[in-house]
Design a protein around this ligand. Structure first.
Ligand code: FAD
Ligand code: FES
Length: 248
């Protein structure tokens, strides 16, 4: 059941020039699941009027975290919030990732890590994590990811001592035959399109999509995505879909 919360900022930290981690207070009775998102109303004033959707990065009793990339007006306001500032959030919204029964594969492209980290943390030592970033500076939470995942593969545009040079889908293509597990992925549309070429339709593959949103509750049709059957609303019928359902 989603609710509206008047919250306070616990911390809001720049991890890179563009990527931030914000931690907010939340009442103890809220239940969330990996893959769900909340809408943050970044400003108490009218501009911007609409809240901004962010995946739940981590949630423990009384505290919820969001990892976000600075994009435009809304996220710029978000970066300015300090400890103790007020913020309104609604949520949790959306379909979550089905829980994996055994080992699983996670593919995270850039800020897509925000959507899958909670899943990796909930099922430690079970994820083969493929994490692709543009450059070494954008590799986030390296030690935690190494500890939480069964195996960590990283790709960047330049080769480093621990990263493969190239895009993460290439690295996944090389390894995928040896890893016959369900796949969970979040990343840019290009990455999802590449995955669609690689992944056999018989293999479970769940992806989180990030369309633009307005109401967040299924009323405005501002977030529709094309599927094999029909157009679906990312806010209520997603954001997690089976990859084979989507027309990308
Ligand atoms: C379900 C869901 C979960 C999301 N989770 C996260 C998350 O965990 N971390 C995170 O950093 N971002 C996430 N996003 C994207 C995030 O909502 C947008 O980046 C944010 O709303 C941009 O707001 P803005 O006011 O700063 O940018 P705007 O001023 O609205 O736009 C600035 C630029 O960002 C682009 N943009 C706006 N919205 C989106 C979007 N939804 N997807 C891609 N590009 C967009 C615009 O095309 C424009 O170029 C998520 C989106 C959805 C729908
Ligand atoms: S954001 Fe309004 S229907 Fe999805």
């Amino acid at each position: 059941m989603n609710k509206l919360f008047k919250s306070k900022v616990i911390s809001n930290e720049a991890l890179t020039e563009e990527i931030y981690l914000i931690s907010l207070e939340i009442s103890d009775d809220v239940e969330t699941k990996p893959g769900q998102f909340c809408i943050l109303r970044v400003n108490q004033r009218l501009d911007p009027l609409l809240g901004r959707p962010f995946s739940i990065f981590e949630h423990e009793k009384g505290e919820i975290k969001f990892l976000y990339r600075l994009k435009g007006k809304g996220t710029n306001i978000l970066t300015k919030l300090k400890k103790g500032d007020s913020i309104t959030l609604t949520g949790p919204f959306g379909r979550w990732y089905p829980f994996p029964e055994g080992d699983f594969i996670v593919i995270a492209g850039g800020i897509g890590l925000a959507s899958v980290y909670y899943l990796i943390k909930k099922f430690p030592q079970r994820a083969y994590l493929f994490y692709g970033v543009r450059n070494e500076k954008e590799i986030l939470f390296y030690e935690e990811l190494k500890r939480l995942s069964k195996q960590l593969y990283i790709s960047t545009e330049k080769e480093t001592s621990y990263a493969y040079k190239g895009v993460i889908t290439e690295l996944f293509r090389e390894k995928s035959i040896q890893l016959p597990f369900p796949i969970y992925a979040c990343g840019p549309m290009m990455m999802l399109k590449e995955l669609k070429k690689i992944v056999n339709e018989n293999r479970p593959c769940y992806v989180a999509t990030e369309e633009r949103m307005a109401c967040g509750v299924g009323a405005c049709l501002g977030c529709v995505i094309k599927t094999r059957e029909d157009f679906k609303r990312v806010c209520t019928e997603g954001p997690v879909f089976e990859l084979k359902e989507l027309v990308l």
